[in-house]
Design a protein around this ligand. Structure first.
Ligand code: NAP
Ligand code: HSE
Length: 433
């Protein structure tokens, strides 16, 4: 019998539990495919007494995941605890330095420390695999690092956070409050330990920074991602957007511009109701990659949750069992270049703007004047009738022509100072993709 691949599982929650169950249920089939069995030799979590839904009796228990990474009799350290720093980082560094392969689903860790971890991994000859960190069950890392290797990548864009897409879909379908729907996403195992990472756009930004590194051969540069979350989006915005023929989605977009600068941005966007992205609903993610030879490739699938995420972890384990080790970001670490990032102020596009305007003579004129003073040209504008707000203010909703981000920000500051504008306007970028 070929030597088994011995793994240590650190984290037995949504994803770790899923990995344990798949190995238990699919072990024989996976052993045939990998050429050797994959066995769980060690486990670690905070609470030893919890039932994890699979048999761990043959595994050695570790209270301390860092000790497991450095000392256990394992070939692969599987990090499924989470967190950019703390035990996850220390344990992964220890495992890689000791020449143990690492598989992780931790996008925060890879986005913040990926370049350094890749350097340690390459020095010791260990694999650092993180397919589950981006877009859940979609094999986007494999697709970009291997299947699309013939291409210079121009852009990567898509829906990268299942929790936000689930929330926006449910808000539109049921009219439910943001907070109720977030609670459902947490119960379903989609959300991060701190769900503000999801709704604030940080989780999608972690994933986008990783994809940008693979796409453009640069070191991961999370700090340069422009990030906005979905917290300001109200049910009214979802309805107004539909009246203009759009749907609201949280998108992550990275492009290499003609000056060789990398744009990385995560923010809510209006996409045409007829576009493929508008049809991506619930926890589903979709990633579109524009390559020089292949054209546009779109991958779509479940972006979060136990089964899909564990599926990606297992794929990484099977690669290691087969003896396949890739440089974590495609290029060897020493060949990754320092990123040069584009300034968000130079971004150009059309915008949706929702202003709560005092319901009195002249307020519409003042709003359009503020926009004109800033240099923003209006494409369409609608003042909606009283929807129960008691006659004190009315929603004014408009779409702009193509405008520079810096110009739009100037218009916003003029509007926010205005007495006729009763609360901070909602601005959503329009993406015709
Ligand atoms: P989770 O359900 O909260 O599970 C976390 C696990 O880590 C728990 O078993 C917990 O132990 C254990 N843990 C936490 N701190 C520990 C420590 N100091 N020492 C030992 N064990 C510790 O989280 P999850 O949803 O599985 O997510 C795990 C990772 O996968 C995160 O990096 C997340 O971003 C990523 N991810 C999650 C999804 C998803 O859909 N859930 C998708 C893609 C990627 P106890 O159970 O004893 O508390
Ligand atoms: N919280 C993440 C999401 C998990 O909702 O997309 C998958 O990475």
């Amino acid at each position: 019998m070929t030597k088994p691949l011995r793994i240590g599982l650190a984290g037995l929650g949504t994803v770790g539990g899923g990995v344990g169950k798949i190995l238990e249920q699919q072990g024989d089939r996976l052993a045939s495919l990998a050429g050797r069995p994959i066995v769980i030799s060690a486990v670690s979590a905070r609470d030893r007494s919890k039932d994890r839904g699979f048999d761990q009796s043959a595994a050695v228990w570790f209270d301390d995941p860092i000790a497991m990474a450095g000392q256990a009799d394992i070939d692969v350290f599987v990090e499924l605890m989470g967190g950019a720093d703390g035990p996850a980082k220390v344990a992964v560094e220890a495992a890689l330095a000791a020449g143990r392969h690492v598989v992780t689903a931790n996008k925060a860790l890879v986005a913040h420390h990926g370049a350094n971890l890749a350097a340690i991994a390459e020095q010791s000859g260990a694999a650092l695999n993180y397919e589950a960190a981006v877009a859940g069950g979609i094999p986007i890392i494999k697709a970009m690092r291997e299947g699309l290797v013939a291409n210079s990548i121009h852009s990567v864009a898509g829906i990268l956070n299942g929790t936000c897409n689930y929330i926006l879909t449910e808000m539109e379908a049921t009219g439910a409050d943001f907070s109720d729907v977030l609670g459902d996403a947490q119960k379903l195992g989609y959300a991060e330990a701190d769900p503000s990472f999801d709704v604030g756009g940080i989780d999608a930004a972690h994933k986008l920074a990783i994809l940008a590194s693979i796409a453009f051969g640069t070191r991961v540069d999370f700090g340069s991602v422009y990030v906005e979350g979905i917290e300001a989006i109200g049910i009214d915005d979802i309805h107004f957007a539909a009246e203009f023929g759009y749907r609201v989605k949280l998108l992550g977009i990275t492009t290499l511009n003609d000056k060789g600068l990398v744009e990385q941005r995560v923010h809510p966007a209006l996409v045409p109701l007829t576009s493929p992205l508008a049809a991506v609903s619930g926890v589903t993610n979709a990633v579109s990659v524009e390559g020089s030879s292949v054209g546009n490739v779109v991958l779509e699938g479940p972006g979060a949750g136990e089964g899909p995420t564990a599926s990606a972890v297992i794929a990484d384990l099977v690669d290691i069992a087969r003896g396949i080790v890739f440089p974590p970001f495609g290029l060897p670490h020493s060949a990754l270049s320092a990123p040069r990032s584009a300034d968000m102020a130079d971004h150009s596009g059309s915008y949706y703007l929702h202003v709560k305007a005092a319901d009195r003579a002249g307020s519409m004129a003042e709003i359009t004047k503020a926009l004109a003073d800033a240099g923003v040209s209006i494409e369409q504008i609608v003042q909606h009738p009283d929807r129960g707000q008691g006659g004190e203010w009315l929603p004014v909703v408009l779409l702009t022509h193509e405008t520079r981000e810096a110009t739009m920000q100037k218009a916003l500051s003029l509007l926010e100072e205005h007495a006729d504008v009763v609360s901070a306007p909602v601005v959503i970028r329009i993406e015709d993709r």
